[in-house]
Each structure stands twice: as structure tokens, then as C-alpha cells.
Design a binder for this molecule. Structure first.
Ligand code: THU
Length: 137
């Protein structure tokens, strides 16, 4: 049950982070929380822009924040979408970015709240990954 407890608290961190989302255009707040291999939590939120294409998703914000502080190894990610009533999974671009830094087995938990969350993996969300052997270490 260690994972279930860990995943619940990781999800709660994502949910708290979602309060900081900058989403005045979609009004769809997203928070992401990464569990680092040494047990820290790094969060990110979606940051929109009036030039819509510049929007950064919560998942990529979290990964970029972690990498910017020197962290590249993660053991799970949780994504909270409190404005949806069903689990909203990461977009295609974010799946590619998650695959850069996480193994196929890494758990991905997402939902509007923990009770309605689903748990899957980076490999299930991004199958037939190619060129992973080129990924920087
Ligand atoms: N969004 C994320 O941040 N992550 C997801 O997994 C789905 C979509 C953001 C992008 C945009 O700010 C808003 O949610 C609506 O698409």
C-alpha cells in the first residue's frame, strides 16, 4: 500500500498546485506533481498566453522546473484537473516530454480528484517510443 499512499499525497500536491494555474482563456486549471527519485516533489501548472499557441501545459512546466533545478530522475507523476468531471490525460506533446525523462514503467496518475483518478504508465500513454536510445542521460 506504500504506493497508494504515496500516489495520494502526490496527487494532493498536484491539486494544490492547480490553484496557481494561469488559465484565463480556457478557465481549465491543471496542476502536475513529479515525485523525484530522491523523494522530493516538484510541481507545475499550465501557463496560458493571449497568443494561444504559447501555452505551456502543467506537465511540461513541472518537468522544465525540475530539470532547471538539476533534477532529471522521476519515479511518478500526478496530474490534477479540478475543472473536469472525468480524468483528462496529458496531451501528445507532454507524453513525448515525459518519455524523455521517465521509463516506460513510470506511473502516471490523473483525474479531477484522487477518487476519480486513473493510474497508467508513461509506456502505456506513449507506446512504440522511438529513438529513446538517443535520449540524453
Ligand atoms: N492542459 C494541461 O496543462 N495539461 C493537460 O494534460 C491538458 C491540457 C492545459 C492547456 C490549456 O491551458 C488548458 O489545459 C486547456 O487545454
Amino acid at each position: 500500500m506504500k504506493n497508494a499512499t504515496e500516489h495520494r499525497s502526490l496527487f494532493e500536491a498536484a491539486l494544490s498546485a492547480a490553484a496557481n494555474a494561469y488559465a484565463p482563456y480556457s478557465r481549465f486549471r491543471v496542476g502536475a506533481a513529479l515525485l523525484t527519485e530522491d523523494g522530493k516533489v516538484v510541481t507545475g501548472v499550465n501557463v496560458e498566453n493571449r497568443s494561444f499557441g504559447l501555452t505551456n501545459c502543467a506537465e511540461r512546466s513541472a518537468v522544465f522546473a525540475a530539470v532547471s533545478s538539476g533534477i532529471r530522475k522521476f519515479s511518478a507523476i500526478a496530474i490534477a484537473t479540478p475543472d473536469s468531471d472525468y480524468p483528462v490525460g496529458p496531451c501528445g506533446a507532454c507524453r513525448q516530454v515525459l518519455s524523455e525523462f521517465m521509463s516506460a514503467e513510470t506511473p502516471v496518475i490523473f483525474g479531477p480528484d484522487f477518487e476519480r483518478s486513473v493510474e497508467t504508465s508513461v509506456g502505456a500513454l506513449y507506446p512504440f517510443d522511438s529513438l529513446h536510445e538517443l535520449a540524453g542521460k
